[in-house]
Design a protein around this ligand. Structure first.
Ligand code: ATP
Ligand code: PYR
Ligand code: K
Ligand code: MG
Length: 573
């Protein structure tokens, strides 16, 4: 297979032309050159050049790879993953997964499709904002995209939780707070008639709980106020750090240099609104629920039993958002109880000193590797790209570091939800990931972790050992890909845990498992119905991939499965 190391877009290319100019549709033109060397790339405007030139057939999406006509025995993969592999070669295909928050900038079908084309693996819905009807429409778009185009974009619903935040501002999309201004924070709610320099706070006990002299930190420090006077439901505050106030921005309270926690901890982690959102998420078949402001494993366990009772046939994975002081204290028990974790650096940065956030990130990422749970690094990765078409150098360095730590996924928030350049922000994550991953492989830059077995039962330990050995064999033989045939996805995640040098093709018969695997490092999930007979599975898959031009004679693969306690090393015939 192609070992080409050329990437279509590089932030580091010393060129005067802005790399972003070429970011929008890089792979299509490059692919059309490769798949048909005689054609002029500039004259090729097919939307899916691969489907056309390789199969010689009309564009069919989803990409179903089979010589027979029965779809039950077909192999499904989206054309972007297969293009990305062909474009860069298997070894250079992107391992780090990308999550995009969907908001007003990205909520229509075409834009969501463009994000999927740009590499979005998971779409995030933040229930802090907008109505359930609004979110339902986005969910329908993603569903349609997956059904019609063969994508496996997963959906993550993120709960509002009981954080304290500002209210809506009526007609204004933002408000400017100037140094020395006096603003009123009130527990009253305002409809259209919001008085000037007055904002509502989301939490009823607010006026009782604050004290004169307290510091109100908005949005992790974007704007700061000092409480100067309490008058009934109103709290007068002096602006000490000026800035832009956004609707529903998060609010933290500090007293004598310390975060005031009692009040937050009296509120439930899952509010009544959250439970309704959770019912909605289960009914809509989302793949992940991300729980905001988790404090202990109990809440995670509670939610998991609720989901199990409500949705006996389909698992919805629970992601613990680590963003509070308590969640850092109880980190290990929380991660053990969850299906994955998010380093939610936004709120975390207003709850602990900022200089401690990088250490917390490092610790969470490593612990998740050890416990075999996917981990997402989130918030402000490319914050400046909300307004500008290129990132700051510091942002690029921050993204690179998360990739070097081998986090499973990176997340865009405001950049994709309400920014001016969602596609460009996604393209930056993609190109920085591919570049850093390549360095890590070539120069062994990633940290070697001493991973120990996590299971207790013998059969589970055997699976762990098989995956450890398979990953080791794959790396020492420099094979082209690992194959795993898995019904529930567990064996695939055990392979991913070892962060092998080659990509991992995960074959699973279940569409929902395929989507959940899309959050995990290095996994390329295919939907495939397979049998108990590994030999026939392997030869069928190899010939399907061969027809597709994704592998060729002489390529080497290592294969494992749920069914057989064995590791197979194959050379493609
Ligand atoms: N569904 C939506 N509708 C309207 N605006 C949205 C939506 N989702 C996000 N936004 C906008 O994008 C900004 C960033 O969104 P994001 O989800 O990252 O918020 P956050 O504060 O980082 O997350 P959290 O609230 O979970 O801490 C929000 O402040 C909001 O202005
Ligand atoms: C993502 C999120 O909730 C945060 O960073 O606070
Ligand atoms: K949220
Ligand atoms: Mg948060």
């Amino acid at each position: 297979m192609s070992q080409s190391t050329a990437t279509a877009f590089s932030l580091l290319t010393p060129t005067k032309i802005s790399p972003f100019k070429t970011l929008l549709k890089p792979r299509h033109s490059i692919l059309s050159v490769r798949s048909d060397p005689k054609s002029n790339p500039h004259s090729n405007h097919h939307h899916h050049p691969l489907s056309v030139s390789v199969s010689g057939a009309a564009v069919v999406s989803p990409v179903v790879l089979d010589s027979s006509s029965s779809s039950s025995s077909a192999l499904e993969i989206d054309h972007v993953s297969s293009s990305e592999m062909k474009e860069n070669g298997f070894r250079s295909t992107r391992r780090t997964k990308l999550v995009c928050t969907i908001g007003p900038s990205t909520c229509d079908f075409d834009t969501i499709e463009a994000l999927a084309e740009g590499g979005m693996n998971v779409a995030r819905l933040n229930m802090c904002h907008n109505t359930r009807e609004w979110h339902k429409e986005v969910l329908e778009h993603v569903r349609r995209l997956n059904e019609e185009k063969g994508f496996a974009v997963a959906v993550m619903m993120d709960t509002q939780g009981s954080e304290i935040h500002l209210g809506d501002f009526g007609a204004a999309s933002s408000l400017k707070a100037e140094d020395g201004d006096i603003w009123t924070f009130s527990v009253r709610s305002f409809d259209e008639s919001q008085p000037e320099r007055t904002i509502s706070a989301s939490y009823d006990g607010f006026a009782e709980d604050v004290e004169v002299g307290d510091e109100l930190v908005v949005d992790g420090g974007m704007v700061r106020f000092e409480v100067v006077e309490k008058i009934g439901p109103d709290v007068k505050c002096l602006c000490t750090d000026p800035g832009l106030l956004l609707p529903r921005a998060n609010l933290a309270l500090w007293r004598k240099g310390r975060l005031v926690q009692q009040r937050n901890s009296m509120l439930p982690t899952i509010t009544s609104k959250d439970w309704l959102d959770i019912d909605f998420a289960i009914a809509e078949g989302v793949d992940f629920i991300a729980l905001s402001f988790v404090r202990s494993a109990d809440t995670i366990n509670h939610l998991r039993s609720y989901i199990a009772a409500r949705s006996p046939n389909r698992d919805v994975a629970v992601i613990a958002k680590i963003e509070s002081v308590d969640s850092l204290k109880n980190l290990e028990e929380i991660i053990k109880a969850s299906d994955g974790a998010m380093v939610a650096r936004g709120d975390m940065g207003s709850q602990i000193p900022l200089e401690q956030v990088p250490f917390a990130q490092h610790r969470i990422v490593q612990l998740c590797r050890q416990l075999n749970k996917p981990v997402i690094v989130a918030s402000q990765l490319l914050e400046s790209m909300i307004e500008y078409p290129i990132p700051t150098r510091a942002e690029v360095a921050d993204v690179s570091e998360a990739v070097r730590q081998q986090a499973d996924a990176l997340m865009l928030s405001g950049e994709s939800a309400m920014g001016l350049y969602p596609d460009k922000a996604l393209a930056v994550l993609r190109s920085v990931s591919v570049r850093m991953e390549k360095w890590c492989r070539e120069d062994k830059l990633s940290e070697e972790l001493e991973l120990t077995n996590i299971s207790t039962s013998l059969s589970a330990v055997i699976k762990e050992e098989i995956c450890r050995s398979a990953a080791k064999i794959a790396s020492s033989l420099q094979v082209d890909a690992l194959f795993v045939y898995t019904s529930d996805g567990h064996m695939a995640s055990l392979l991913s845990r070892w962060r092998p040098d080659c990509p991992i093709f995960a074959f699973t018969p279940t569409a929902s498992v395929r989507k959940q695997l899309n959050l995990q490092w290095g996994l390329i999930p295919f939907r495939l119905n397979f049998s108990e007979d590994m030999d026939s599975n392997l030869s069928r898959t190899l010939s399907l991939l061969k027809i597709r031009g994704m592998i060729k004679s002489g390529d080497r693969i290592v294969a494992v499965s749920d069914m057989l306690q064995s590791i197979q090393v194959r050379v493609v015939p």
